[in-house]
Ligand binder design. Structure first.
Ligand SMILES: *Cc1c(COP(=O)(O)O)cnc(C)c1O
Length: 387
């Protein structure tokens, strides 16, 4: 067991599904055409592109024309926020987001502040759920966009998107959600959620890296962020990543096929790990909502130990976890999500995220339940925090 890696970092990225690879291979080999070319090779690529668009449109409960392919979740978030901000600046300069967003949203909003936009970062409760009263109070006649994530990547908390969209849409304001973590794990339907813009990424659902999409409801006024040729209805210039897009659609189909049993399987394994660790150790705190949470996400704080030291020691035992988000790893700052949730600063330093995925097994979780408590106990014994 020791020479095998137990990958519990699926919120950072996931392994490529073998079926996805099989679907991509012909597009990396013989179907190499540019989807904009009019000859046979171009039409072959175009067919793969448009079939994928239809599959993803269907998965989101919308028509394929509303789907614009991008290079991933980060680009989709940038596109949605900057694109709507610049296209609607004659109407107002106020944008509302939350204090627990992924950096792809948070840093984009920060950037817009330097371009004359005013941003409200909504507070969250102790579970990381957005304060709806604060949202209602934050809306002004100058508000042009609200962007709140569907599910949090660090703690897994699922935001009340339907209620949020109800409040926002009643005021005639555009609503964007980053659904990168929720898609493929819980139902994501643009009509049901009532969103105008929605970001997805392929590599979080066993698809390839470097491909994503932005759903844009018909009629939404948005500027392109990538300027150039007439690809993607002139909204996103650049030759489409056809192999990636075909793989993305396949990954979405596989997720849909297993929607009945896979989230439940992950929830069981996740709960088994949670119970296993809290039964065997004192001073273990759950970060995130106890129930309104992604099925595979488990963010725990271990009292009296640093998250970074835990991860290094887990790694020696072949267990891959993470502290907070992969994008902020190495920064040594406490997670902005845990800070916004007003977590005890010392506990925030001792937080570790386990995120389960398609290829995790019960045997792996059992191994973690045995090894992790030994590591935590050893580190606590030598900890300078020890009383
Ligand atoms: C991973 C992630 C992103 C970024 O997606 P990339 O495809 O890696 O650029 C954005 N938002 C959330 C919530 C994520 O988890």
């Amino acid at each position: 067991m020791n020479n095998k890696v137990i990958y519990l970092d699926n919120n950072s990225t996931t392994p490529l599904h073998p079926e996805v690879l099989e679907t991509m291979l012909p597009y990396l080999k013989e179907r190499y055409g540019n989807a904009s070319s009019i000859h046979f090779k171009g039409r072959e690529a175009k067919k793969g592109l448009e079939e994928s668009r239809a599959i993803l449109g269907d998965a989101l409960g919308t028509e394929s024309v509303d789907i614009i392919f991008t290079s991933g979740g980060t680009e989709s978030d940038n596109f949605a926020i900057k694109g709507v901000a610049f296209a609607n600046k004659d109407k107002g300069n106020h944008i509302i987001t939350s204090s627990v967003e992924h950096l792809a949203v948070g840093a984009t909003c920060k950037y817009l502040e330097s371009h004359g936009f005013k941003i409200t970062y909504l507070p969250v409760d102790k579970y990381g759920a957005v304060d709806l009263k604060a949202l209602k109070e934050a809306i002004t006649p100058k508000t042009i966009l609200v962007s709140i994530m569907h599910a949090n990547n660090e703690v897994g908390t699922i935001e009340p998107i339907k209620e949020i969209s109800g409040i926002v849409k009643a005021k005639g304001i555009y609503f964007h959600t980053d659904a990168v973590q929720s898609f493929g794990k819980i139902p994501v339907d643009v009509e049901d959620l009532g969103v105008d813009l929605l970001s997805l990424s392929a590599h979080k659902i066993n698809g390839p890296k470097g491909v994503g999409l932005l759903y844009i409801r018909k009629g939404v006024k948005i500027d392109p962020v990538n300027h150039g040729g007439h690809h993607e209805r002139s909204l996103r210039a650049g030759t489409e990543n056809v192999p990636g897009i075909v793989g993305f659609a396949k990954a979405a189909q596989i997720a849909k096929r297993h929607m009945k049993e896979e989230p439940e399987r992950l929830r069981k394994l996740r709960n088994m790990l949670q119970k296993g660790l809290t039964d065997r150790l004192d001073g273990v705190h759950l970060n995130g909502h106890p129930t309104e949470r992604l099925p595979g996400t488990l963010n725990l704080s271990f009292q009296g130990v640093e998250g970074e030291s835990l991860l290094i020691n887990f790694d020696l035992k072949g267990i891959c976890g993470s502290t907070g988000s992969a994008c902020t790893a190495g920064s040594n700052e406490p997670s902005h999500v845990l800070v916004a949730m007003k977590a005890d600063p010392q506990l925030a330093q001792g937080s570790v995220r386990f995120s389960l995925g398609t290829f995790n097994t019960e045997e792996e979780i059992t191994y973690c339940m045995e090894e992790i408590p030994k590591i935590v106990k050893r580190l606590r014994d030598i900890s300078p925090f020890k009383k």
